[in-house]
Design a protein around this ligand. Structure first.
Ligand code: PD2
Ligand code: ZN
Length: 284
């Protein structure tokens, strides 16, 4: 039997270590699950060494040494933040990684209007092809989607200005808003939103606006079951609730940011989201 150490297995190993399980007990669990002992030991050693190296790199980098990133001003622990034309509820805050769950970012009417405007333009979702900087159909992302151009309508301009004010980041640094639609069984497997510096296509992608530094995922409707936004490294799942959103930022393009996240499979009903990615510089 060929035994491949998948990213999921690596993540599981790190999660076991972080939860305090000894390497011996993790090894036992792997062997019981059918792993050859030699392969399991090698996978454990390599994964834990890499994890320690990453942790050391984070600790060596003093706070603030990463890039300046979009962020809400939560210094007074406000219940609400003024986003210009709307007061947005702050429902949950995590400092490290920075994750903020927001309520009332969009009205029900805005959610419906976004879906209606997106619907005729939906196509099977593409992801950036990291080898070349082009785009490709990705089996890890079984949703369909479309992009609005920045400022293309009054509705889009209004939401873009609100997000810019909320996270203190220029409208011009935002990518065009993307709408995704998931039907039952569709998901977006865990990924990072930044562009991996090790991929050959990344320099081409970065010419247009630099790195992504932050993401706002806005929920436009409510699937009956499933479809949460998951953050496997921090054990968080954000429920898709109409008008709510989750914001998170990453000050370096590294797994050390612990911003791995995914769209869990929709089990019943369907799911609509709008995503806004925020870049380092002006995105033309
Ligand atoms: O739809 C989601 O919950 C989701 C999850 C992860 C969207 C994105 N990433 C994204 O658009 O980047
Ligand atoms: Zn994402």
């Amino acid at each position: 039997m060929s035994q491949t150490v998948t990213p999921e297995l690596r993540r599981w190993i790190v999660q076991q270590a972080v939860a305090g399980h000894t390497p011996e007990s993790v090894l036992d669990a792997m062997v019981n699950a059918g792993w050859t002992e030699d392969v399991a030991i090698a996978a454990l050693e390599r994964t834990l060494e890499q994890h320690l190296r990453e942790q050391a790199a984070v600790q060596k980098t003093a706070p603030g040494a990463g890039l300046r990133v979009p962020d809400l001003d939560l210094s007074r622990s406000p219940r609400q933040v003024d986003a210009g034309d709307r007061r947005v509820d702050v429902l949950a805050v995590l400092a490290q990684p920075r994750v903020v769950v927001l309520g009332n970012l969009l009205s029900a009417e805005e959610c419906d209007a976004l879906i209606a405007a997106a619907q005729p333009r939906m196509a099977r979702s593409l992801t950036v092809q990291t080898q070349t900087g082009g785009e490709e159909i990705n089996p890890d992302r079984t949703s369909s989607g479309m992009f609005f151009s920045r400022g293309e309508s009054e509705l889009i301009r209004c939401i873009e200005a609100r997000i810019a004010r909320l996270v203190n980041w220029p409208v011009e640094n935002g990518e065009g808003m993307q709408v995704l639609h998931y039907q039952p069984g569709a998901e977006y497997k865990p990924h990072y939103d930044y562009f991996d510096p090790a991929e050959p296509g990344t320099p081409t992608i970065l010419k247009r606006g630099g790195q992504r530094l932050g993401t706002v995922v806005m929920y436009l409707n409510e699937p009956a079951c499933g479809g949460g936004t998951t953050f496997p490294d921090i054990g968080l799942e954000v429920a898709p609730k109409r008008g709510h959103a989750v914001f998170f930022s990453y000050d370096r393009p590294s797994p050390a940011t612990r911003t791995l996240h995914g769209g869990a499979p929709v089990i019943e009903g369907d799911k609509w989201v709008a995503t806004k990615w925020l870049r380092e510089r002006v995105f033309e």
